[in-house]
Ligand binder design. Structure first.
Ligand code: NAD
Length: 739
């Protein structure tokens, strides 16, 4: 038989090697067709008397990325229309679809012939579940082997037997931790845990797997044998009792129970370990069906998988412009940001010229990369060779003639119009007319900066976030005259350095900072109202934000907040900033010298490590304090999310962001907007525009005009529209259309 995605070769010993290699994809992923083919392959292996057992291998450098989650997105739409007319049947259909993979792996496991998974590289989600259904697993001794069950990160859980096989293969505590965090396991960690049976050199992988079969590998899973005991003991053992009460508490501490997918993992393991295997799989299937119907799963899959992938692949890239293969990138300004941008660029294998006012300043910028490289080598994340290669790509200099052949120049000099103007002119004097100039400004409008350029159509904003090495987002800002080539090059650059770009039209604060400032400002208001600071920070965490608004202000610096407020007053007048908030920030900076983390004194105190930061006790004395029981804690949570979501809606109304995928993904990647919501706009869509407007109106009455819903939302509420319907990202052509 021939297959589209697989080849089968059987050797003289009767060992078949099933090689998975999807022609049209760079990574093997499970699609309906792949599952149909695996189904047929299992039948073929069983039927062919000459085959003793089979090795499941990959023809690519990775084993598999797991399920193609767009398949799940398809499943949602499949039942959506039916749900209104025949909800019972719709749920039944979803139940069957949700169990498809699970029962397929069970078929493989119980087919009567032994299977070995040969894991040569990345092995994610459904692929790890397949590997666990095989009767043994052998992995390559290679850094590229990463084994994980990362489903929880997109709001679901390992629903193809993962929650049942993992705690039957390894200790329950480790199994819970692996599944609730979605962490990657190296080959050696997987071996130490008992998830992988053997590790061999990459060129021995297939042979080692074959040998297991030749040596008479048992085709019956341990849990299908009488008297099977899970390695972590039973649920009712003293260990089990202790584990599950602690596990519940830890999950609550880590997730505030905002993630139903994570919670389901605990339920599946707890219930499943008390049941025979097939029944346990059915229990898992039921929970999986329920999870697939949650708003959280729907929104997280859409934003954190589908949209992120689409944006990463340049969904907003103008068509018809050849992809830029970067041969050299110039970075001007080797300070805090420029140095970090140089590092991520060189890490992507692109030669960088790092310019500053003099050689000394440029050299200092390169030391940032040297420190990071040293650290990576010490931690075993990089080899000396790789480190040397990376550093050799960065040329620090004060000589502009070195950028005459750069494809792109990014400036990260002082946030000063005059300094930037001089740099633009200096760069353009040597830069080829075909190259692109990008500014990393965080506050200055791109259109204004581009007035200093001879080629405003080739001028664009590429706004990074700190720490650049970790933050996955770049905000690409379009000036009024920015042309398609500049957009294309900026997006190609983001792709090259493996960051997710969002394309934003020019405005004060662009997209991200506008939202972030709302978040902080709401917290200042709460402080002024007398809400105890710990309640503000905890409410933010409970709402799903990774960093409280006061901690975030400390990170970015309180004197920076002061500068921004003063500049806003200068530009837009006194009314543009709440005088009480201005007074709070002035008090912090001018009276108490509290600048944030940078001077160890902000809303928090920062004692020497290992002591942890603590909220500054003096905050209590700034305003008369409300008794905690007088504070509506849930309303605090709501205020923090709603104020950001409203700003995101305004940004859409103004045409600053035109694609809801970008507003959502941007809000999660830039400031961690409660990821379980799918992002700031999905949060509104999930609640429903009508209900959201009602909530906003209630808050407006109590807390002021910040909560005024924009006309756009009122209109959407009236029409019952969502953002993804109103601004359908799949029906759009030109990026700048809505600008
Ligand atoms: P910084 O002060 O750390 O670095 C600026 C560097 O520019 C210095 O090394 C300085 O010597 C150099 N420089 C100044 N004038 C120059 C000139 N004429 N020619 C060459 N080099 C010159 O500042 P930073 O925090 O890295 O910020 C740089 C830019 O990045 C600013 O526009 C800022 O708004 C933006 N930005 C900063 C952050 C942040 O978190 N700090 C985040 C996003 C964007």
């Amino acid at each position: 038989m021939t297959y589209t995605n697989f080849t089968i070769e059987t050797d003289t010993d009767g060992v078949a090697v099933v090689t998975w290699d999807m022609k049209d994809k760079s990574m093997n992923v499970f699609t309906m067709q792949v599952m149909d083919e695996i189904d047929a392959i299992i039948d073929q292996v069983v039927a062919d008397g000459a085959i003793k057992g089979a090795v499941f291998a990959s023809g690519k450098s990775a084993f598999s990325g797991g399920a193609d989650l767009t398949m799940l997105k398809g499943m949602f739409s499949m039942i959506e229309s039916e749900r209104a007319t025949d909800p019972v049947n719709a749920t039944k259909k979803l139940f069957d679809a949700a169990g498809r993979m699970s029962w397929l792996w069970r078929k493989l496991e119980t087919c009567g012939k032994p299977w070995v998974a040969a894991i040569n590289g990345t092995c994610m989600g459904g692929a790890t579940e397949l590997a666990m259904a095989c009767h043994a697993r052998v992995a390559s001794n290679s850094k590229s082997v990463k084994i994980a069950l990362p489903e929880v990160k997109v709001g679901i859980f390992p629903g193809a037997g993962g929650t049942q096989r993992l705690p039957r293969l390894i200790n329950t505590q480790d199994a819970l931790q692996i599944m609730t965090t979605g962490q990657d396991l190296t080959a050696s960690r997987a071996k130490a845990l008992g998830l992988v049976n053997e590790i061999v050199e990459p060129d021995q992988l297939i042979e080692a797997a074959k040998t297991m079969i030749r040596n008479g590998l048992d085709p019956v899973a341990p849990w299908d044998k009488k008297g099977f005991k899970a390695p972590g003991g039973t649920i009712w053992s003293p260990q089990g009792v202790q584990l599950f009460s602690a596990a519940n508490a830890i999950l609550r501490r880590e997730t505030y129970m905002n993630y139903p997918g994570a919670h389901s993992i605990l339920k599946c393991v707890y219930e499943g370990l008390q049941l025979p295997f097939d029944t346990a799989l059915r229990v898992e299937q039921r929970y999986f069906t329920a999870i697939l119907q949650t708003t959280e799963a729907y929104s997280m899959i859409r934003s954190l998988f589908v949209s992120m992938q689409e944006l990463g692949k340049g969904a907003r890239r103008p068509a018809g412009i050849p992809v830029t293969k970067f041969t050299k990138i110039g970075i001007v300004g080797a300070g805090f940001m420029g140095a970090a941008v140089a590092y991520v660029t060189a890490r992507a294998g692109i030669p960088v010229v790092l310019l500053d006012r003099d050689q000394e300043a440029a050299d200092k910028g390169k030391t940032h990369s040297e420190t990071l490289v040293k650290d990576a080598i010490t931690k075993g994340r990089s080899t000396r060779e790789e480190g040397d290669k990376l550093l050799s790509l960065i040329t620090p200099s004060a000589d502009y003639s070195l950028i005459v052949d750069a494809d792109l120049v990014i400036e990260a000099v002082f946030e000063d119009r005059g300094v930037k103007k001089a740099v633009i002119e200096q760069v353009e004097a040597v830069l080829p007319a075909t190259s692109i100039f990008a500014s990393n400004t965080s506050t200055l409008p791109i259109t204004g900066l581009a007035e200093n350029s001879k080629r405003p159509d080739q001028f664009i904003g590429v706004h990074f976030f700190s720490p650049v090495e970790k933050m996955m987002l770049v905000e690409v800002i379009l000036g009024e005259k920015t042309g398609d080539k500049a957009i294309a090059v900026a997006l190609d650059y983001a792709a090259a350095i493996k960051k997710t770009p969002i394309v934003v039209n020019d405005t004060r604060g662009f997209y991200v900072n506008r939202c972030v400032l709302r978040y902080m400002s709401e917290a200042y208001k709460m402080l002024i109202e007398g809400v105890p600071a710990p309640m503000i920070e905890n409410a933010a965490k409970a709402a799903g934000m990774p960093v409280g608004p006061l901690a975030l202000t400390d990170e970015t610096a309180i004197d920076l907040a002061q500068k921004i407020m003063k500049q806003t007053i200068r530009d837009l007048g006194d009314k543009a900033v709440d005088p009480k908030q201005m007074a709070l920030i002035n008090t912090m900076v001018d009276d108490h010298g509290r600048l944030g983390r940078k001077n160890g004194k902000g809303f928090y105190d920062y004692p020497a490590k290992p002591a942890k930061k603590k909220l500054w006790p003096g905050l209590k004395d700034l305003y008369p304090q409300l008794a905690p029981e007088k504070v509506d804690y849930e309303e605090l949570q709501q205020r923090l999310l709603v104020t950001i979501a409203l700003e995101a809606a305004r940004v859409m109304e103004e045409g600053i962001v035109t694609d809801p995928r970008e507003a959502d993904v941007g809000s999660i990647l830039a400031f961690g907007f409660a990821p379980y919501t799918g992002g700031a706009l999905s949060y509104i869509d999930g609640i429903g525009a009508k209900e959201f407007v009602k909530i906003a109106k209630g808050l407006q009455k109590k807390y002021g005009a910040e909560f005024k819903a924009p006309k756009l939302l009122l209109d959407m509420a009236e029409k019952g529209e969502t953002f993804y319907e109103r601004f359908d990202p799949y029906a759009k052509g030109d990026v700048k259309q809505a600008a």
